[in-house]
Design a protein around this ligand. Structure first.
Ligand SMILES: *Cc1c(COP(=O)(O)O)cnc(C)c1O
Length: 417
């Protein structure tokens, strides 16, 4: 079910008109549907009922406290990539014992914080990290639960910036080296081997890369067993794509049943780290047309949201559907939808066929993942407000930043005479 639908020719989030949200909270504004978030989480899990599993929402996709809290209440764990995300998850009421900690550059301080919190597992990405983690754990008198993130060298067939499972990228350890590093880990006093981890990329729209990677992970698990290393869980990572325009990503049920079939009789817990698939289509970015500008070759709609609010088009040339909140009957024209930032790369959509007037509202669809979380203050633009809709009620879950906050931490040089 889609939670963003037209009712009486006006776009709604659940039972609240987006135009009412713009009036109440102004634009640009991120709007999320509680129902869509809940359904995405429940649908993801449905295929794993009866299998020991843990769904760890990838916090970086959308770290809003209200969203983390919602998922925590639904029973989710969390995949974090920094000490900052650890603090967020704890502040949002997340269970530390359901946290996996990924990332290639964990600092000693971040390791300490995670050991103190008592997280479920460290996803270790290099032999050096393993040595450091053992040292930190020794100093604290604690034992660190670990998985090694292995790089299965499969092509995720996605954008190169978000493909992580090929040999030549910075993530994980080479598949061929994994057994050796596990044997080193087994000899370390304060490391407990719990799992094998694998995450091959993002916005993957075919099932086969996941299954190829999972086969390789299972081979490794079986080889480890022969070396007397018994794996308790496999972390299959995230990366399931969503539909932005006409993609046909694997449905959760097909994904789940294929994984379960491959796992077979092995007594191993399955861990997942979905990000985009849980939040991407549960949010839109609401923006207002400030100016229409017609040049010889192009029509521009200059809106009040920009690349600092939603970076994906500028960064990955990503496509987001753009809908008029109240479509007009007048004849449509082809528009470049652009923001006010001083960069030619500051666009939200190319060649969109829309009937527009200044002051109209637009919804940038599928903006729930890697939208607000990648936003910045470029051009000294305050970050947008965030609103969560629940049936016919809306809740402000993040205030719009004020301009004064943006330079509150800055200092002038001392006065010299
Ligand atoms: C980004 C990331 C994810 C989530 O990826 P999605 O494509 O949003 O599902 C999961 N695990 C790791 C290690 C990541 O870096």
């Amino acid at each position: 079910m889609n939670s963003f639908t037209f009712k009486n020719t006006s776009l709604y989030a659940e039972d609240v008109a987006l135009s009412d949200i713009a009036t109440q909270f102004q634009t640009p504004c991120y709007v999320y549907s509680k129902l869509a978030l809940t359904q995405a989480f429940d649908n993801f899990r449905a295929g794993f009922v009866g299998t020991d599993h843990l769904v760890c929402f990838a916090v970086k996709a959308n770290p809003s406290l209200a969203i983390l809290n919602l998922f925590a209440n639904l029973g989710a764990g969390f995949d974090i990539v920094s000490g900052g995300e650890l603090a967020r998850v704890l502040a949002a009421g997340g269970d530390p014992n359901k946290i996996v900690f990924s990332g290639v550059g964990k600092t000693a301080a971040e390791m300490q914080a995670a050991l103190n919190a008592g997280i479920f597992c460290f996803n270790v990405e290099s032999a050096s990290e393993l040595i450091r983690l053992n040292k930190v754990a020794v100093a604290m008198g604690k034992v660190a639960p670990v998985s090694l993130r292995v790089n299965p060298n499969v092509d995720a067939k996605t954008h190169p910036y978000i493909s992580t499972g090929l040999k030549n990228n910075k993530f994980g350890v080479a598949y061929e080296d994994a057994l050796n590093i596990y044997l080193q880990a087994a000899a370390m006093s304060n490391i407990a081997i719990h799992g094998v981890d694998c995450h091959i990329g993002s916005q993957i729209t075919e099932l086969s890369p996941f299954l190829d990677a999972f086969d390789k992970v299972l081979d490794l698990v079986d080889a480890l067993k022969q070396n007397n290393i018994h794996i308790r869980h496999i972390d299959a990572g995230g990366g399931i794509g969503i539909c932005y325009s006409d993609e046909t990503p694997p449905d959760f049920a097909a994904y789940a049943s294929a994984m379960r079939a491959k796992l077979g009789e092995r007594n191993i817990k399955l861990v997942f780290e979905p990000g985009r698939a849980l939040v991407g289509n549960a949010g839109v970015l609401l923006t207002k047309v400030e100016y229409l500008k017609h040049t010889e070759s192009k029509n521009f709609a200059i809106v009040d949201a920009a690349m600092n609010d939603l970076m994906r088009p500028a960064l990955y040339d990503a496509y987001h559907d753009i809908k008029a909140v109240k479509p007009r009957d007048s004849s449509a024209q082809i528009y470049e939808i652009v923001g006010p930032v001083c960069e030619s790369g500051d666009f939200l959509g190319h060649d969109r066929n829309l009937a527009l007037e200044e002051g109209d509202l637009l919804a940038i669809m599928s903006a729930g993942a890697y939208g607000m979380s990648m936003s910045s203050n470029y051009n000294t633009r305050p970050r947008a407000a965030e609103v969560m809709v629940d049936d016919d009620t809306c809740h402000l879950i993040r205030n719009r930043e004020s301009i004064n906050e943006l330079f509150a931490n800055e200092k002038l040089l001392p006065v010299t005479s």
